[in-house]
Design a protein around this ligand. Structure first.
Ligand SMILES: [Zn+2]
Length: 494
């Protein structure tokens, strides 16, 4: 007998096609039929609400969250059933338990436990914790480089380059979907373009991706886009630009030209895709944004503290407000925070993006959605961790009408699955894995704010992961039906 039938739903299949009323039958984790459902062990009345594929978060930093928070409530509550982790050059693999690579990531990889070394071992360790959602992995440049060269600011020797390539290739052999860089971070920023090309080439035999947090997202955004496109051309791999933005007020509007350059490359046959998060603030490890010898006052003034082990009382506050209250110069305050014990683990939120640029990004034909959420639940994380996907549906689809509902769902499901080689997912289709979300399009909205960021969204009624009910009417079932996914060739160019 059928395991589960969800009756009377408006199916948004994820391809961009118009919704239609049907029952959806699920058996052995997969969609058995879409039409008129027969009796089932469990039956749910969808009451005519929309049923779409579970959302795919193309930009996650959940490598360690799968250990710390295997219930992944902050993602599940949004209707996210699959994440792509290992972004911005920081990945759980390769790992050397004798080297402190997790600490070297400055908190981005926090939570990772175990004595695994490669993707096989990582998957095994995560599966032992019964994860709630699916995970596809990238292998990160910063992690590989730290493992092989430490934090040395120099070119690799040819032997070191070969060793790094071997790590990247091994990850791909074991099922990673690509190679990621974070060229703004250490030690990625010490690398020259040639090194990145050589490593991205390792993705080529697997037809895997090169994803990048580019070298610059502000004053030199356009040069960074050119470098990215060059790396993609020279290595001949599908290139994905992460969290596309132009940072800093003097640069607002540059996303238009940046997207033109991407469109030109697409026109010339290069494979390029992008994602964006729907917020005007970024977030990351605070120490990466400052030169302690020359602290930028202007940048300090747009910063809010998310998580700060050295000064918990600063969490959730703007630096300008802390400086005023404590009667200290903001430049001295930045130095005080960053040089304190564990100060380098401070996570900050910086208000650097123009709202109009977000809408420009979302209007771009194949712009995908990635949360970039950093799953540190201490303090006051960036609200994107809890709110990204409902925010697209509530604010940008329903209120702002920047894109249609079916198009938004396509960009958050089938397009992401095709791009990141996530096989048999991302569509409501017979035979596909039953990763599904039932939501009320009139009510869905994010409630996480900067002041109160750990709030689960409204309007997500049911989330199914591999056929199992993972969340229903706000209640997490903790069935742990997530899987670790192995890359099967991008279908984007087909
Ligand atoms: Zn990034």
């Amino acid at each position: 007998m059928t395991d589960l039938t969800i009756r009377n739903v408006n199916v948004i299949d994820g391809t961009g096609a118009a919704p239609y009323l049907a029952d959806v039958e699920i058996e052995a984790g997969r969609i058995k039929s879409i039409g008129t459902g027969g009796p089932a062990t469990t039956e749910i009345d969808g009451q005519g609400k929309f049923l779409s594929p579970g959302f795919i978060d193309t930009h996650a930093h959940d490598d360690g969250a799968f250990f710390r928070h295997p219930g992944m409530e902050f993602k599940l509550a949004q209707g996210v059933t699959t994440v792509v982790s290992g972004n911005c050059g920081f990945s759980a693999i390769p790992l050397d338990p004798d080297k402190d690579l997790v600490r070297a990531s400055g908190g981005i990889l926090a939570g990772i436990e175990g004595d695994f070394r490669d993707l096989e071992g990582y998957f095994e360790a995560v599966l032992a914790r019964n994860p709630a959602i699916n995970n596809m992995m990238l292998v990160g440049h910063n992690t590989v480089r730290t493992l092989v060269m430490g934090h040395e600011a120099r070119k690799p020797t040819s032997q070191e380059l070969t060793t790094m390539k071997d790590h990247v290739s091994l990850a791909m052999e074991q099922g990673a979907c690509g190679f990621s860089t974070g060229l703004i971070y250490r030690p990625g920023r010490y690398s020259e373009t040639d090194e990145v090309i050589a490593l991205a080439e390792a993705a080529n035999p697997f037809d895997a991706l090169y994803t990048t947090h580019m070298r610059n997202e502000g004053d030199r955004l356009l040069e960074a886009v050119e470098e990215t496109l060059l790396i993609g051309r020279e290595s001949n791999v599908h290139t994905h630009i992460s969290h596309h933005k132009s940072a800093g007020k003097p640069n607002w509007g540059k996303v238009v030209e940046s997207l033109q350059r991407v469109d030109k490359a697409l026109g010339e046959g290069q494979r390029v895709t992008l994602d964006v998060y729907p917020y005007t603030a970024g977030s990351g490890r605070m120490i990466e944004y400052f030169n302690l010898d020359n602290i930028s006052r202007e940048f300090a003034e747009v910063i809010r503290i998310a998580s700060c082990p050295a000064y918990r009382e600063y969490e959730g506050r703007m630096l300008v407000d802390i400086a005023a209250a404590d009667n200290i110069d903001i430049v001295d305050l930045v130095r005080q925070i960053l040089t304190a014990p564990k100060g380098d683990r401070t996570l900050c939120i910086h208000f650097i993006i123009d709202e109009a640029d977000i809408e420009t990004n979302l209007r771009h034909k194949d712009m995908m959605v990635g949360s970039d959420g950093i799953p540190d639940l201490n303090g006051k994380p960036h609200p994107r961790l809890f709110g990204t996907f409902p925010r697209i549906l509530g604010h940008y689809v329903r209120e702002r009408k920047i894109l249609s509902l079916t198009e938004a769902v396509r960009r958050m499901t089938s397009l992401s699955a095709a791009t990141f080689g996530i096989k048999d997912r991302g569509q409501v289709r017979e035979g596909y894995w039953a990763d599904l979300v039932l939501f009320d399009a009139d009510k869905v909205r994010d409630t996480a704010s900067y002041d109160d960021p750990k709030q689960e969204p409204e309007g997500i009624q049911l989330v199914i992961v591999n056929g199992g009910i993972a969340q229903q009417r706000g209640r997490h079932t903790h069935i742990g039906s997530g899987k670790m996914l192995r890359y099967r060739r991008s279908a984007y160019s087909e």
